[in-house]
Design a protein around this ligand. Structure first.
Ligand code: GLP
Length: 258
């Protein structure tokens, strides 16, 4: 695992954007796995800036979002469809037909989940997956006690996730209880993964994911088994890491490494 500790959330976002740009420059038709939440907002802003100012091209890019709330229509302001459109897609040149986000309203969720998995494979698999992390250590909506081999499916949200996300809704009762989410197994098949985290609220989850045991109770800990994963965190989110100085030492020595 590569652990990059940046002084600020802005630097965290810029580092992540550079990783995305590098993938797109090497493979213009890359498949990106994308996340929602407040954490990747700065990354998306930076990608929009790179598109406008440096000509970063998304015309051949395909995307798959991690998750969506069950029951929210695409135009609901708290749906992840709406979030992605407002914060990224409407500002870049990605063809509409290349965008995939789990459908929050469908007659047959099981068939949809199966189709989503097949579609990822048909598109050649995910080249780069962007992740955030929940305060309980979840990735996407893979709540504690998720199977580490899980695939795209419906999950019941944990109380903490519902409470954390209530800030985006006018009333806590409005937060959906179910979500469609890529599984841990789905995420683990991405060629490369970057996980972003900022703020003190994420410090315990980041430490458990990187330095704790691999466990379905902290689904981000499964990333320890991935061969190409980079954690990009700010100082606050890195605060509980026991080996923090070592990671910073590696980072400082990186330019001279053989
Ligand atoms: C939700 C999303 C996750 C995200 C998490 C953290 O649970 N499903 O993908 O990582 O929120 O959100 P935030 O970045 O707002 O802290």
């Amino acid at each position: 695992m590569e652990i990059i500790i940046q002084p600020t959330v802005e630097e965290m976002s810029k580092t992540a954007a550079r990783v995305v740009a590098r993938v797109l420059n090497t493979k213009p038709n890359a498949v990106l796995g994308l996340a929602t939440g407040s954490t990747p907002l700065g990354l998306y802003q930076e990608l929009v800036r790179m598109h406008r100012e440096d000509g970063l091209d998304f015309s051949q890019v395909t995307t798959f979002n991690l998750d969506e709330y069950v029951g929210l229509k695409k135009n609901h302001p708290q749906s992840y469809h709406y979030f992605m459109h407002e914060n990224l897609f409407k500002h870049i040149n990605i063809p509409k037909e290349n965008i995939h986000i789990p459908m929050g309203t469908t007659d047959n969720y099981a068939a949809f989940c199966q189709w989503y998995e097949q579609r990822i494979v048909q598109c050649g698999g995910i080249d780069l997956q962007v992740l955030g992390i929940g305060a309980d250590g979840h990735i996407a909506f893979n709540e504690p006690a998720s199977s580490l081999g899980s695939r795209t499916r419906i999950k019941t949200l944990a109380r903490q996730t519902i409470d954390d996300n209530a800030r985006f809704f006018s009333k806590p009762e409005e937060v959906p209880i179910y979500a469609i989410t890529m599984g841990v197994g789905t995420i683990m098949e991405a060629q490369k993964i970057i996980l972003l985290a900022n703020g003190t609220k994420k410090a315990a989850a980041v430490a458990a994911a990187i330095e704790g045991p691999v466990t379905g109770m902290i689904t981000a800990s499964a990333l320890q088994l991935h061969r190409d994963v980079m954690f990009i965190v700010d100082q606050e989110a890195a605060a509980d890491l026991k080996m923090r100085e070592y990671y910073q030492w590696i980072q400082a020595k990186m330019p001279d490494a053989p």
